[in-house]
Ligand binder design. Sequence first.
Ligand code: ATP
Ligand code: LTN
Length: 333
Amino acid sequence: MELDKQDIKKTVFSGVQPSGVLHLGNYLGALSQWVEMQNQYNCIFCVVDYHAITVKQEPKELSRRILDVVKIYLASGINPEQAVIFQQSDITAHTELSWILNCASARLADLNKMTQFKEKGAKKESVSVGLYDYPVLMAADILLYNTDIVPVGDDQVQHVELTRTLAERFNRDYGQVFKIPEASVRKQGARIMGLDDPSKKMSKSASSPANYIALTDSPEMAAKKIKRAVTDSGSEIKFDLKKKPAISNLLVIFSLLSGINISELETNYKNKGYGDLKNDLAEEVSKFLREFQIKYNSFTDEEVKRILKDGADKIRPVANETLRRVKEKLGIN
Ligand code: ATP
Ligand code: LTN
């Protein structure tokens, strides 16, 4: 029997939280990778709203952001004809499997190792149980779809490793159900650093908007942020993560947006200064945002709602089938 090509394609799954503005780090570390993958793989991209509510959200704003994240996916180049786009809370199997993994696979000792929780939880006075349990829900997201590859920025690799541990433990203790996924991280761009502090990743939860370029920043504002970005001592334009972390970060952003590799950029700026690099990068970023925002503004809420509904309807049977097999193994079917 001849195999249908569709059957041998690997499955890719990833998601973004609708919990704040998305920034250039999200685009370069995650979304641009997704776009490259959609021609080659079965791609499933989720808006993880249940993850977003692990910290308090304003309900009206959350509803708005769910649609906006989908518009960001579309403007980045995700094609809903090729990839499935859906909202996590539309498929109840996510929370069901998460509870089951909480009981059957996840251990306190696993979750206590999660650095993201240590960083995010430590800053707050009152921390939800959901924030602690966040990686288990993420494991459920991934495992429901027999995922092979999870394209993420490097801050999420530990969560994908945990997913593998939970899947292997379940398979060992109850019988084979889950495929073991792998994280896919860009060689360059897996960790875009803050413009105001190149020792920390660009983050929407940064205390100052000077840290990040939001995908919805006006091109003028973005150009200003680039020009005000901190630089390193010396004047040479050279990729050197130890001695020149700020300039290296600007070079990575420039290279990914322009398609010019870093050594070529170094040559181009050999006899030039930081100011020249910043001016040209500001131009490049503004151009990128201008084109991005034209696409972003071209989608209506109605279109987006339709895409989310179609996506969930298409993919729900896969999730339900995995959940059925899990329940069967546990004796609760
Ligand atoms: P933040 O810390 O900015 O609040 P997050 O990591 O919780 O963000 P998400 O918006 O859910 O945020 O992340 C979406 C994707 O973007 C993930 O795959 C994440 O690894 C990636 N990502 C986030 N920040 C960066 C960055 N600075 N560089 C590269 N990838 C990033
Ligand atoms: N934790 C991720 C978002 C996320 C995710 C997923 C990513 C939730 N479920 C499944 C990949 C696969 C983050 O980026 N903060």
